[in-house]
Design a binder for this molecule. Sequence first.
Ligand SMILES: NC(=O)c1ccc[n+]([C@@H]2O[C@H](COP(=O)([O-])OP(=O)(O)OC[C@H]3O[C@@H](n4cnc5c(N)ncnc54)[C@H](OP(=O)(O)O)[C@@H]3O)[C@@H](O)[C@H]2O)c1
Length: 293
Amino acid sequence: MTNMRVAILGLGAVGEDLARTLHGAGFPIHCLISRRKHAARALAKEVDAQFVVSYGDELPDGIELLFLCVPDDAISRVSKELSDHSYPWHTVYVSHTSGALLSAELGALAARGAKVFSFHPVQTFAKGQESEWKGIYVGIEGAESGVHVGQRIAVSLGSIPLLLNEEDKVLYHASAVFASNFFVTVIGIATDILGQINVSRADAVQLLAPLIQRTCQNIVESGPELALTGPASRGDVQTIERHAEALGNSVPDKYNIYLELTRAAIELKRRNNPEFEEKATLMAQEIKKLLRE
Ligand SMILES: NC(=O)c1ccc[n+]([C@@H]2O[C@H](COP(=O)([O-])OP(=O)(O)OC[C@H]3O[C@@H](n4cnc5c(N)ncnc54)[C@H](OP(=O)(O)O)[C@@H]3O)[C@@H](O)[C@H]2O)c1
């Protein structure tokens, strides 16, 4: 498996990291394909890539596994453009790394004989920051031959392959958006609110860091139900009303977000807590009254 010659198209946050990780796992990086040849050359040195190709140029012979690491909206078009190249596509496995999209986005290449699959690491990647592949799940979907290769690649990287049905993939990805993107967004809101009382952005992150770290640890160790603390979990309605009023005065665009998240927190607390049922119903009614149109 690790002798498959790999090409990576799109050297953004995921493409760069995947190139380094595959190289580290022993895969020969055959070719890097980028719209920025200069930047690609620097990475090529690091991962011993044989070829660096500008996007749109002819591809070198010998690619066995091609990853399209481009934005979701570009996958179908890039697939179509590649399929116009005269290349022995029937000898190539092609994958994209989108969490929301299916391997069907690669339909133009599949029509030329490529064996396609989607390969989505459940991890966050930011340009210039190294990410961990060991121990993470990789959602894999596609036709049998592609999926089989996808599973073996994931295992070679120390990841855990997770087979996904076509119909489940979007919801699976929506869950990841809540766990990562919205989590970050909520912390962004928390730092903005501290900005209202003149805590600098850098200090705000430091101030919140122990809370964030301990909360994450509790979630991972005990699950979200037991990790939940705070006014919604305690049933402190007056505190919730005070928060809502203060937010309504200072950061009114966060008023409804606060109340919607409080509603979700009440639902979380309600789970497996029959003694909280009555209180939860009253709190939910109160929140419904406070929510603004
Ligand atoms: N970032 C994450 O945390 C994460 C996690 C899991 C999965 N994903 C998925 O991985 C894929 C790539 O995401 P990313 O975060 O790495 O994106 P990104 O940082 O924006 O990088 C995408 C790269 O694709 C190339 N590109 C951009 N627009 C293009 C176009 N119109 N035509 C051809 N190439 C284009 C560019 O590379 P060049 O400049 O080298 O041409 C760009 O750097 C997406 O499908 C995303 O959903 C992302």
